[in-house]
Ligand binder design. Structure first.
Ligand code: SF4
Length: 345
């Protein structure tokens, strides 16, 4: 009997805490050092060739999680395993080699491209860092080929980032991520800074490249429509924790966590035009400096009861491969119906 294939990426109990620096002024003023738990005890895996969508509001910790997986931000606790190797235990030299296989496309293509470097230098840098091309000519030829593939061309080699549109700059960022032939890419909100028409082109390009190059994506977005379109599975993040995760079709068709239900209520129901009811959550995302006790969502949850304020819920399986963390899962409640009932009273 053959054993099942291992996931390409496994993340176990990953946490990232930022410690605030204690300044003399703060000490004299009696302000205590603070810490921010941006990611708290997160576990998931990504199969080879899969797209795992990571969704949540701005500030929920999803970008920090993406960077901690790559050790661009050093995790505080937990383990990341890539193709059987413990990334969190790698030496600096071994991590540099591993980075050839694990890349990132950033949200803001302008901020992530050095304004003083040409496209040939920006996209060619990974070739030089990893010793994948020896001569300048080899670098330029390889860069020209990848530029063609992402919809640019060799005429762009000696131009600077400011000479491109937002969509073209994102294509440069994608070319830079792809040039070292990675297997896994963290796509960190790669389309959210772009116009809607350009977003569709970039999403299509990323999907084509995934199939052509056998890539695996952790795709981060705050837009549930984007995640629904391209993800095989989805993980929903709230205040540094994954509150629901499962096959995209299942999670979007039948979201079980009240937070996922509220996100889904923002998507218009094409089968019931005019009857769509959006659930607007009260207040803002609480500060990770002082997160609520118990269930972190209780301060905004329309279904919160006493136990939610005292005890953090444990993640439970609700369907094959689909988990959610909520004290009221067994009651099968809907935030939309609860909100409608409250309005009717
Ligand atoms: Fe809402 Fe309570 Fe469930 Fe948290 S545990 S999501 S507060 S019902």
């Amino acid at each position: 009997m053959t054993s099942p294939a291992k996931p390409l990426l496994s993340v176990e109990n990953l946490s990232k805490v930022y410690q605030g620096r204690q300044t003399l002024a703060n000490r004299l003023a009696g302000v205590r050092p603070f810490s921010v738990k941006a990611v708290n005890d997160v576990s998931f895996h990504v199969e080879r060739g899969e797209v795992l969508g990571l969704i949540g509001e701005s500030g929920c910790g999803k970008s920090t999680l993406g960077r901690a997986v790559l050790r661009l931000h050093e995790p505080t606790a937990g383990r990341v395993t890539f193709d059987g190797e413990d990334v969190t235990a790698l030496s600096a030299g071994a991590l540099k080699d591993m980075r050839r296989r694990m890349q990132i496309v950033f949200q803001d293509p302008y901020a992530s491209l050095n304004p003083r470097s040409t496209v040939a230098d920006i996209v060619g840098l990974p070739l030089r860092l990893h010793g994948l091309a020896k001569t300048t000519r080899e670098v330029r030829e390889t860069v020209a080929r990848i530029l063609e593939r992402v919809g640019l061309n060799a005429a762009h080699l000696d131009r600077y980032p400011h000479q491109f549109s937002g969509g073209q700059r994102q294509r440069i960022g994608i070319a830079r991520a792809l040039i070292s032939h990675p297997e896994f890419i963290v796509c960190d909100e790669p389309v959210s800074a772009l116009d809607v028409s350009i977003q569709a082109q970039i999403i299509q390009l990323l999907l084509e490249l995934k199939d052509e190059m056998g890539l695996t994506y952790l795709f981060i977005s705050h837009d549930i429509s984007v995640i629904g379109y391209l993800s095989d599975r989805v993980a929903v993040m709230y205040l540094g924790e994954i509150v629901e995760m499962g096959p995209t079709d299942d999670v979007l068709a039948r979201p079980r966590h009240p937070y996922t239900q509220s996100l889904m209520s923002a998507v218009p129901d094409v089968d019931a035009p005019g009857k769509h009811q959006r659930v607007r959550l009260a207040g803002e995302l609480p500060s990770p400096l002082d997160p609520p006790k118990g269930c972190k969502f209780h301060t905004r949850c329309p279904l919160a009861i006493d136990v939610c304020r005292r005890e953090a819920p444990i993640s439970e399986q609700v369907a094959p491969g689909h988990q959610a963390a909520c004290h009221r899962l067994s009651e099968d409640l809907s935030v939309r119906e609860t909100a409608a009932g409250a309005q009717a009273r």
